[in-house]
Design a protein around this ligand. Structure first.
Ligand code: SF4
Length: 338
């Protein structure tokens, strides 16, 4: 078996810990791959070329394709369900032909990018999630699309507890997949089922509740205020909360507003490991894509010099700990309506 690791191209997780061996002209996963990776690495190296629906050999198919492309004025290279090498080849072909490219999930992807371009968001890595996240909220995510997602969120057996101590991690599911199923099942603390198309209304209601504004009960059909409050309580209690969504599944009109409702607020403390609240605020305001996002700091820090530096760095509001609920609601409300 080879000691080198291979990056798996068969879902967005891009697991890079697979070991793959060659047997009888076939690639076989020797370790770490999920069932999808095992079956797709083992697929025959070449598919069957077709011209007008009829099987032909590869060179006949290439000649037919070249003939069609030579006479095309503005060819569209679409689909692109391929790895990085395939994308490079498709881009080079489109450039040579003066054509355009479009990924099959382009519409959903660009809704994501639109929000990112407008306001940005804070991202993390799977290593950070593995070592720090004590709350993972899955918004409309079908975990079976990413078979090893939960496995990769958890520290390996050999490293328990995680690098930063024993994490009591909680999973909450919101959306039309009431419970995630994957090759590595996890216990879900609770789920709030609803169609993914209603996630935007749900997160706007959550923000309104956070800001102390009036919210109708039930919030949307089948979801009541108690469920929103339970999620809010979990988010407030979390030291490192992570929201997970998948652009391909938020593929409906105005999904960009749903994503914006999910990502547009940062609540932080001053005293944190590795980076304090001033450094975080400075980073967000000057180096991140999310320079305009409201930042609310909830802190017991008393040093006036440090707090003044945080204000200079651009924090939206500072709230003392222990905080009074009405006060924090007012500050959030102000920050969200600015
Ligand atoms: S989860 Fe499975 S299919 Fe996805 S990248 Fe990892 S090994 Fe490949």
């Amino acid at each position: 078996m080879s000691d080198s690791f291979v990056c798996c191209p068969f879902c967005g997780l891009l697991c890079d810990d697979l070991q793959v061996v060659q047997r009888d002209d076939r690639a076989q996963v020797a370790s770490a791959g999920c069932a999808r990776a095992i079956s797709l690495f083992d697929a025959p190296a070449q598919g069957q070329a077709l011209v007008a629906g009829k099987p032909v050999d590869l060179s006949t198919a290439l000649r037919a394709a070249a003939e069609i492309l030579q006479h095309a004025r503005r060819p569209l290279v679409g689909g692109l369900a391929c790895d990085v090498t395939g994308h490079r080849a498709a881009l080079a072909l489109a450039e040579r032909l003066g054509g355009v490219v479009d990924h099959m999930n382009g519409a959903a992807q660009f809704r994501n990018w639109q929000v990112f371009q407008d306001g940005g968001w804070m991202t993390t890595t799977l290593s950070e999630v593995r070592n720090r996240a004590d709350l993972i909220v899955l918004a409309g995510v079908d975990a079976t699309r990413f078979p090893r997602f939960f496995e990769r969120c958890l520290p390996p057996q050999s490293q328990q507890p995680s690098q930063f101590g024993d994490l009591q991690r909680r999973y909450i599911v919101v959306g039309d997949k009431p419970s995630p199923t994957a090759e590595h099942p996890v216990d879900v603390a609770f789920s709030i089922p609803m169609p993914n198309q209603r996630l935007g209304d749900f997160f706007l209601a959550l923000r309104a509740r956070l800001a102390g504004r009036r919210v109708n009960d039930p919030v949307i059909e089948g979801v009541d205020l108690a469920q929103i409050d339970a999620l809010l309580e979990a988010l407030r209690a979390a030291r490192y909360g992570v929201l997970v969504w998948n652009a391909a599944e938020l593929d409906f009109p105005n999904a960009d507003l749903t994503i914006q409702a999910m990502v547009d607020l940062v609540i932080t403390d001053y005293n944190m490991p590795e980076m304090d609240g001033r450094e975080l605020t400075e980073y967000i305001r000057t180096q991140s894509w999310q320079a305009e996002v409201p930042i609310l700091m909830v802190t017991s820090e008393q040093n006036m010099g440090r707090l003044a530096a945080v204000e200079r760095a651009g924090v939206s509001a500072i709230c003392d700990k222990p905080f009074e609920a009405g006060n924090i609601r007012r500050l959030i409300s102000d920050a969200l309506t600015r």
